[in-house]
Design a protein around this ligand. Structure first.
Ligand code: TRP
Length: 361
């Protein structure tokens, strides 16, 4: 590959500034955009997902931005020896999306597992020829996942899934991808693949747009241990599907510190501040204001307030969730319609790809 084609990672500041500009344009002109996001079906979602990314997607969805949500079932196979319950997880993930406010009835809204969209998967083959092994080796997120997996034998899917993810994004020509920081290397790769594909095969009429990452403005939600990101596997999460009693129990056990007076100080008091942040997200009040109100009421008063406000906030979502769990026919319908629409897009794109690559019969 020549120098001009190098895969360069922008600084976080550059990406963030660009993302803010994109945010403004989205609000002015939602119809010019197409959003694609996705998750791995590894389990149910928790309030860290809700406040960190789901609400951001729902906001764009409600602005009228066409919404594609890919459930990346093949990606589950990259770092796990044990894979089970994938279809159950796909259903639960779909239920979580719908309960949070993604509504296919708005139109232009599709949820689908990528394993059901053969023409999307086929794009992986030409895309693999547009990147080098060395580039795939250098992906910082993949490197971290390899380290975290603790596995000695890493399968080739681990190195190549970011290329497949480019197909997830480009098959429908999405131009906005709401993601967290850890996904930025994958987005940069998708942009590079789009650019290289257009340069090599489609000089006069580019087939793919360069998709832009949209970073959520929401702060990172720590787990109830207050020391690391909220995550189901770290056992420090409150699931959206948890009931009120379970939520109360989990908050009761949350770590705090020994200072009596509650103050909002994320640097020096991460545990207490994270609880204040959650209470703030659930009430719409500023964390400092809540801290002041509690004052020397201490951690127990804070936990009581958080439990009540979070349960109150999640109530409609949880009711919707229950309803959906009892209506799996509807969930299947949503997924089938999502697959059909995604396939129609993928067929069109693959046809264009064949055309410019001179592979038509
Ligand atoms: N890699 C993403 C994650 O682990 C999931 C994902 C798959 C995705 N395909 C995507 C995210 C396309 C955004 C766009 O969370």
């Amino acid at each position: 590959m020549t120098g001009k084609e190098h895969l360069n990672y922008d600084t976080f500041e550059t990406t963030f500034a660009r993302s803010q500009k994109l945010e403004q344009n989205l609000e002015k002109n939602p119809g010019k955009y197409k959003m694609l996001t996705g998750d791995r079906p590894t389990g149910r979602l928790h309030i860290g997902h809700l406040f960190g990314s789901l609400l951001n997607r729902v906001r764009l969805h409600k602005l009228g931005v066409p919404t594609f949500i890919v459930i990346a079932d093949y990606q589950v196979l990259t770092d796990r020896d044990v894979f089970k319950n994938i279809s159950e997880n796909v259903r639960q993930l779909t239920i979580d999306y719908l309960a949070c406010g993604i509504d296919p009835a708005r139109g232009n809204t599709y949820i689908f597992p990528h394993s059901y969209v053969p023409e999307l998967n086929q794009l992986l083959l030409p895309f693999l020829t547009l990147v080098t092994n060395a580039e795939l080796d250098r992906n910082p997120t993949v490197k971290e996942e390899i380290a975290a997996s603790g596995q000695k034998r890493i399968n080739a899917g681990m190195y190549t899934y970011p290329v497949h993810q480019a197909a997830d994004i480009l098959f429908c020509k999405a131009n906005v991808v709401p993601v967290g920081k850890d996904q930025l290397p994958h987005l940069e790769l998708a942009r590079t693949i789009a650019r290289r594909f257009n340069d090599r095969f489609a000089n006069n009429k580019p087939v793919f747009p360069e998709p832009q990452p949209l970073l959520s403005q929401a702060p990172v939600i720590l787990g109830l241990d207050g020391s690391q990101k909220m995550s189901k596997s770290r056992n420090n999460a409150i699931m959206l599907s948890a009931d009120e009693d379970e939520t109360a129990r989990l908050i009761k056990k949350a770590k705090t510190d020994s200072e009596r007076v509650v103050t909002y100080d994320p640097q020096n008091r991460p545990e207490v501040s994270n609880l204040l942040l959650l209470a703030s997200l659930a009430t719409g009040r500023r964390p400092e204001e809540i801290a002041e109100e509690i004052g020397d009421g201490g951690a127990s008063k804070l936990k009581k307030l958080l439990t009540e406000s979070l349960n109150e906030y999640l109530k409609p979502l949880r009711e919707k969730r229950k309803e959906l769990e009892n209506n799996l026919d509807y969930i299947r319908e949503v997924l089938n319609a999502g697959v059909a629409a995604a396939r129609a897009e993928a067929v069109k794109t693959l046809e264009e790809v064949r055309e410019v690559m001179d592979m038509k019969l």
